[in-house]
Design a protein around this ligand. Sequence first.
Ligand SMILES: Cc1cc2nc3c(=O)[nH]c(=O)nc-3n(C[C@H](O)[C@H](O)[C@H](O)COP(=O)(O)OP(=O)(O)OC[C@H]3O[C@@H](n4cnc5c(N)ncnc54)[C@H](O)[C@@H]3O)c2cc1C
Length: 821
Amino acid sequence: MSERSPSPVLPAHARAVVVGGGIIGTSVAYHLAALGWQDVVLLERDRLTSGTTWHAAGLMVTFGSTSETSTEMRKYSRDLYRRLESETGQSTGLAQIGFIEVASDKDRLEEYRRVAAFNRYCGVDVLEISPREVQQLFPLARVDDIEAGFYVKDDGRVNPVDVTMALAKGARGRGVRIIEGVAATGVLQARGRVTGVRTALGDIGSEIVVNCAGMWARQFGALAGVTIANQAAEHYYLITEPIRDLPKMPVLEDPGCYGYYREEGGGLMVGLFEPVCAPWKVEGIPEDFSFGELPPDWERMTPFLERAMSRVPITQEVGMKRFFCGPESFTPDLRPIVGEAPELEGYFVAAGLNSIGVLTGGGLGRVLAHWIVTGYPDVDVTGFNIDRLHVTQANPEYRRARTVESLGLVYKCHYPHHSPATARGVRKSPFHERLAAAGAHFIEVSGWESPAWYGEPGTTPDPGPLTWERPRWFARWREEHRAARENVILMDMSFMGKFLVQGRDAGRILNRICANQVDGAAGLITYTQWLNETGRLEADLTVTKLAAEQYLVVVTDTMVRHAETWMKRHLGDSHAFVSDVTSAYGQLNVQGPASRTLLQQLTSADLSNEAFPFRTAREIDIGFARVLCVRITYVGELGYELYVPAEQATHVYERIVAAGAALGLRHAGLKALGSLRLEKGYRDYGHDIDNTDEPYEVGLGFALDLKKPGGFIGKEAVLAHKAAGPLKRRLLQVLVKDPQPLMFHAEVVRRDGVAVGYLRAASYGHTLGGAVGLAMIEPKVAVDDAYLASGQWQVEIAGRLYPVVVSARPLYDPAMKRIHA
Ligand SMILES: Cc1cc2nc3c(=O)[nH]c(=O)nc-3n(C[C@H](O)[C@H](O)[C@H](O)COP(=O)(O)OP(=O)(O)OC[C@H]3O[C@@H](n4cnc5c(N)ncnc54)[C@H](O)[C@@H]3O)c2cc1C
């Protein structure tokens, strides 16, 4: 099937070169060909599957994710693996024997009920079953201590090698050349673009290179200057001796016991996800590691193994045939690394699969191939886009520290408000020590230590256990929220990405990229989106015109590299220059009705409404410092953002805190930011709006300037969408009428009992008096006022239905009176 001659003749050119012949590389090649790109070469250093794919356990499960993209990829993969055999004649070994996910404690039950509701909305046929039913299906399991099972009868397992071979065969049948035994040794580039791939047998010219090199992806990426923060870790399963009269059983997974269980060779396979794991070869993966195994660390693994085996006691009685350890790649946030590299145009990556490369590989290949062929992804990729990560996350020390936690997170209960415990203290704002002294409880935000909420000053507050209920710090959070609504708060937002864009052409080009008018008078801040040619969102940000040829662009932490790349790729040879000045400024937000009173005490600048209206930006003096003061808000109140030179940050902070004491100034954290902004319906790219959305659908039509000369990128597409008639999908605010239940993300919204959408982001509205969030509603009919007003609206939370208010207008201060005060 593949070319494996000792010295194959390589083509001089290919439309795309895929590097790596594991499940991901073959899936990408297959889908490129399926989309009509037949002139594709796949290079495999050794033999297909020789990296990680050959030893994967092959679990296929569609249940379990609250990401729509991930769930769709799982479903697509299962369907693809079912039909590949009839298409290629090569079996994938798909056995739809069923899959049971066990909830062995109350918190896990709460999680799975929430996930199950969302997965059902996505078309996964998942049933909650009793412990007795679990035992009927999997008689060898001990069920006396479990709460429930979540059963998908069409899930099961595949043979990963067979799937890869079937994908390769399908790709080859469509014209792809699969060449084994030839490693890519470098990537050719010119002027920021890929031009080809280097091998020992010569170069292959190509405009597209796809790095699917699995655990080698990072070091192969580094050859081309591309940063990929994946890291291999030890990953284990055990296979028992054959068990006599082994019944036919579904796959069983019990994260509470760190184990999964399925039939293998007449015995059982017991797979493990231990809570504390071991990175492997941080310094670099050996080039010649093929079909490799690692020596098991018995001492480290024995306690976890014993716990896992206790769920299916017969595994403790029969002998152990094999204890296998192989490496698998993990990433800092347990999401894959996918998309076009910010460093190099035409260089795509699909790596870091976090132990679900087989069960999502088919779908991921489809997504990436579509992205490459059309130029745009057709699913929300904000969660796994390569450019969400920061370069320091690829540092050896970071990878070594974080990977210890990553593998175990797969099986942890996915509580809200979780923040990683490892690789902390990576980035600290200039205010850090002061905020710590003020009682901050820090969470990690793209490596930044950012206060989530504050305890008593002078203490290190204890957040208490993670929970689905109200956390221990709920009252502190409420007080911070109230202080913003009723008085004044101070918030560190230094993690926001900041760019200075300067030059004679800066205004013209920014105005072409931005959908709003950003090149009016100097001293004005503008909220805007960037759209692509399809009229969908690329970014959501503010642009402040500082002076005639000088602009400040501010984006959220996960958008820093995306924004920088987008700008640079649109600047061309013009006289405009982008500098990342994130670290040059501390950003303090002073927000709330008393914010003007507070700041006015500290500056000689006139902050009155007349002299300094909403959306104004100018330098003001505070103490010895010159500070860029921008009157804007992300919480829905009168307020200011202060950009303070890093070396004067603590000086300005101290002045504000000293003057604020008499006014009752409170420090507030990101939890308050979340609840305040969601009450006001403010959007957050990557959370409640993403690359699949058009501005009108997500209520951002007001930020489009359709009249500005020269238009903007995506304008024609936006107009075409508008002309297509009433919106059939809309982002709406949702408020639960009962003050008790909490929403976090992915809760399903029903209208007259029919599921019509889900919460993309949620928090607790301390002012509105209930859980609040933003839901995408897509019922396939016009979502107009009449549709909203008629119908009974409810939200499903952990299996219970609650009445909700649904609104297209902000539920808090729709007339913006407070902001303009
Ligand atoms: C013990 C274990 C159990 C697992 N169980 C499951 C499971 O049940 N379900 C599931 O979904 N996932 C599972 N996984 C994870 C799954 O195996 C991986 O996510 C998946 O195989 C990754 O595929 P890949 O194509 O990215 O990497 P790989 O399979 O490693 O493929 C990368 C390929 O790139 C080649 N390569 C590298 N550098 C170059 C170069 N310079 N030039 C040319 N070729 C190059 C390598 O030789 C290799 O063949 C498991 C993993 C382990 C370790």
